[in-house]
Design a protein around this ligand. Structure first.
Ligand code: UDX
Length: 440
């Protein structure tokens, strides 16, 4: 089967490479010639473990190719995926759909024969209907059905998430689309991944509801962690204790500095707007957004307490800047707000991230020093702060650190260490929602 994917960003590229790996014939399209030229030379514009090998092997087997020409790329394709960006629109938090609609118009002008146009980008409820309307308006003769097929992949685990999904959600309003989409995903449901067909509006809402629920779950355990600090309980045990209840589930109950990334902040905000616009506000998510925003900055107060109440002129070593490990993505990373608050409190910030430094330089507040490793960052520091749980921070050499820091203070915002172990190394330790954690 021939598949075209319009937009070779994160979702488009991972989806395209995985579809090719299933055995489909895939063309990835992007209007950025530099990006396409780079992809042709197997230079991958994003950091995702395993993606370069997957792209290279499928290109080699002639199942995956790249082009800047949409008419050329969609020729003969039975399924055309739209995987362009839907950033938050400045000012109102709504998803900005201009790129999705522009692609819909281009497809309408170029399509020949029957094709299913599939929204893969996260889009507000009703977008599939609008895409169908735009296509009809642009070219009344175009024979297309529009489907909504939201993507649930996580950065850093995108390929395995794509190939072994908990479920595949496909929204269709046209029976011909069902047969095409069943064929697209045949290799997966043969692997026992359930394929859930709904109407397009339901599929669109499933994506927002799933991400908002997960963001709410994280925010819930973060607030429980704050309470644990006040009452002397251990949030990790609380997570285990409630997570063993199958109705709650153990995942996404890890307390930390607040969620970030390209999806949760954008999608929670978009859901809040959709709900308000439809006169059906979802107050739980309005509160989730507000609590998470405040939380990031409040992490700086934890550091302030750990160093005795005053950060002015003190050096803080920040370890990890990306919104989570195994990605170079800095979008909405908690580190941005945390470092800004540290600087506002008068601290001198030295930072280290294993792969995100170049991206960090584009979005982090100015006036911080980027270091080549954790030890350079810790040199002379009054506190070391772990912001992102990269594996390499799980085995720091505390003997070496003890010799170079100004004060042996570790603030672990991801709870990756055992409090007793760190205290044994002679460090003062604070973490999130555990005994010995500094209440804020
Ligand atoms: C998320 C969804 O998981 C995915 O299904 C969707 O398609 C896109 O958004 P992603 O943004 O890649 O994926 O990252 P994820 O691993 O979900 O983490 C999001 C944020 O939540 C990170 O900042 C992470 O540190 C934080 N988080 C996650 C927690 O603080 N605690 C947890 O228990 C889990």
């Amino acid at each position: 089967m021939k598949i075209a994917v319009v937009g070779s960003g994160y979702v488009g590229l991972v989806s395209g490479a995985c579809f090719a790996d299933f055995g489909h014939q895939v063309v990835c399209i992007d209007k950025d010639p530099k990006r396409i030229e780079a992809l042709k030379q197997n230079i991958i514009p994003i950091y995702e473990p395993g993606l370069d090998d997957l792209v290279a092997s499928n290109v080699k087997q002639n199942r995956l190719s790249f082009t800047t020409s949409l008419p050329e790329g969609i020729e003969g394709a039975e399924a055309i995926f739209i995987a362009v960006g839907t950033p938050s629109r400045r000012g109102d938090g709504h998803a900005d759909l201009q790129y999705v609609y522009a692609v819909a118009r281009e497809i309408a002008q170029a399509v020949k024969g029957f094709a299913v146009v599939v929204d893969k980008s996260t889009v507000p409820v009703g977008t599939a209907d609008e895409v169908a309307r735009i296509i009809r308006e642009t070219n009344p003769d175009a024979d297309v059905a529009v489907a909504s097929n939201p993507e649930f992949l996580r950065e850093g685990a995108a390929i395995s998430d794509f190939k072994k999904p908990d479920r595949i959600v496909v929204g269709i309003n046209d029976e011909r689309a069902r047969a095409v989409m069943a064929e697209v995903y045949r290799p997966l449901y043969l692997n026992a991944s359930p394929l859930l067909f709904t109407d397009t509006r339901t599929a669109e809402l499933i994506k927002y509801a799933a991400n908002a629920f997960l963001a709410m779950k994280i925010t819930f355990i973060n607030e429980v962690a704050d309470l644990c600090e006040k009452v002397g309980a251990d949030v990790q045990q609380v997570s285990r204790g409630i997570g063993m209840d199958g109705r709650i589930g153990s995942k996404f109950l890890h307390a930390g500095p607040g969620y970030g990334g390209s999806c949760f902040p954008k999608d929670t905000l978009a859901l809040v707007k959709i709900a308000q616009d439809n006169d059906s506000p979802i107050r739980l998510i309005e509160t989730t957004v507000a609590v998470n925003d405040q939380r990031k900055r409040s992490m700086a107060r934890k550091v302030e307490k750990a160093v005795g109440g005053n950060l002015r002129g003190k050096t803080v070593a920040v370890l990890g800047l990306t919104f989570k490990p195994n990605t170079d993505d800095m979008r909405e990373a908690p580190a941005i707000s945390i470092v800004q608050a540290l600087l506002d409190a008068g601290a001198v910030v030295k930072a280290y991230d294993p792969v995100g430094t170049e991206q960090a330089k584009l979005v982090m507040p100015s006036g911080i020093t980027y270091c080549a490793d954790p030890y350079e960052a810790a040199d002379g520091a009054a506190s070391i702060v772990i912001v992102t749980e990269w594996d390499q921070f799980r085995a720091l050499d505390f003997g070496r650190l003890k010799g170079i820091v100004a004060e042996p203070v570790l603030v672990d915002l991801r709870n990756i260490y055992n409090p007793e172990e760190i205290t044994r190394h002679g460090f003062q330790y604070s973490s999130i929602g555990r005994p010995g954690a500094e209440a804020i």
